[in-house]
Design a protein around this ligand. Structure first.
Ligand SMILES: Cc1cc2nc3c(=O)[nH]c(=O)nc-3n(C[C@H](O)[C@H](O)[C@H](O)COP(=O)(O)O)c2cc1C
Length: 334
């Protein structure tokens, strides 16, 4: 009697749920955050399986963002990115926002549910996560098509905020004025400049957060930012960018101005950004208009009683350079 060698065909092992969660987090942390502070901490729960998201207030911007509004918006962007990343990996999820009234930094619990095949749209949004970057350059003067505007409005509304796309010259000129005023206020504030300088990185830095500044300039720029009043130069550059290099501005607003609104504004921002990337458009930000008290009051007046959370530029550009991220393991609860 001959014995046949029995071979088991090699079967790739399917990833464990924990591996799926870590892979989803690895995508989610590509989300944008103010000054690329990446102000989030994640944890895992087992029964039922969930990812927890906390705001990391050691990374908050005490001068530019004393209320923590942008900290929460940034956490909202990573929350929406995480929902997209889980969906693209074939996982449903349920989100509880601000689940613990005794812990204001507990942003969300994301409970991971049943498996199901991802849709083509979910895969496209996941791809957009990896193709997105903030583009601060000039945009071409392509017109925002009505169907595109409607799709963006719908994406933002589905996340609990509202969107106004402004293309008229008078509205853009008004916002250009507000941006210039806000630039001067912040440029003249040494504490603001000091805080900004702490988040500027040269290529020589081994930190994987903050904003990269080119080559040798990167070494001296933090010093320049600390030492000089940059308000006028920044104001002139931003004004020119709006007048000559911005076909549309966009305002994301919320019905009230609470931490829950800030999280929803962040989720809305993420939903808008990923749709924008799918259409090969780009976005950049004028957060200073909402950060500075006097210009915030003026921009609120344009929002029909709503609270403007984000002022964005919208257009077709080059796509900026990819910014750095810390590894997920450095963002896990100790
Ligand atoms: C709430 C919020 C406000 C921001 N404000 C500004 C801004 O005023 N000016 C700017 O150049 N970038 C702004 N950014 C973009 C961040 O600097 C950028 O997301 C970060 O450096 C990471 O780069 P990336 O978006 O290319 O991944 C903002 C981002 C967020 C989420």
């Amino acid at each position: 009697m001959t014995t046949e060698a029995r071979t088991t065909p090699h079967q790739p092992r399917s990833p464990s749920l924990r591996e799926v969660m870590i892979s989803a987090l690895d995508s989610a942390i590509r989300a944008p955050s103010t000054h690329n502070t990446q102000p989030w901490i994640f944890g895992f729960e087992d029964d039922p399986p969930a990812i927890t998201l906390h705001a990391d207030d050691t990374r908050a911007l005490a001068v530019a963002d004393p209320s923590g509004r942008e900290l929460f918006i940034s956490c909202g962007t990573v929350l929406h990115h995480l929902r997209v990343a889980l969906a693209a990996r074939g996982r449903t999820c349920r989100v509880e926002r601000l689940p613990d009234p005794t812990d204001p930094n507990f942003i969300a619990r994301v409970t991971v549910g049943a498996e199901r095949a991802p849709t083509a749209d979910e895969r496209a949004l996941e791809e957009a996560i990896h193709n997105r970057s903030t583009d601060n350059g000039q945009f071409r003067d392509d017109v925002v098509q009505e169907s595109f505007e409607r799709a963006l409005e719908q994406a933002v509304r589905a996340e609990g905020a509202s969107l106004a796309v402004l293309t008229e010259e008078s509205a853009r000129a008004h916002i250009a004025d507000l941006v210039a005023i806000a630039d001067r206020v912040q440029g003249g504030d040494s504490q603001f400049r000091e805080e900004l300088a702490q988040w500027l990185r040269s290529g020589l830095s081994d930190k994987r957060d903050g904003m990269l500044v080119d080559g040798a300039v990167g070494v001296v720029l933090p010093w320049i930012v600390r030492t000089f009043d940059r308000g006028d130069g920044e104001a002139a550059r931003d004004r020119e960018l709006i007048v000559d290099g911005t076909p549309a501005l966009a305002l994301i607003s919320t019905p009230t101005d609470t931490p829950m609104d800030w999280i929803r504004a962040g989720e809305s921002l993420s939903a808008l950004l990923l749709r924008v990337v799918v259409e090969r458009w780009s976005v950049s930000y004028f957060a200073q208009v909402v950060e500075v008290e006097s210009t915030r009051a003026a921009i609120q007046a344009m929002a029909d009683g709503k609270f403007v959370q984000l002022v964005l530029r919208l257009g077709r550009g080059q796509h900026g350079r990819k910014s750095l991220r810390r590894p997920v393991r450095d963002m896990l609860r100790g």
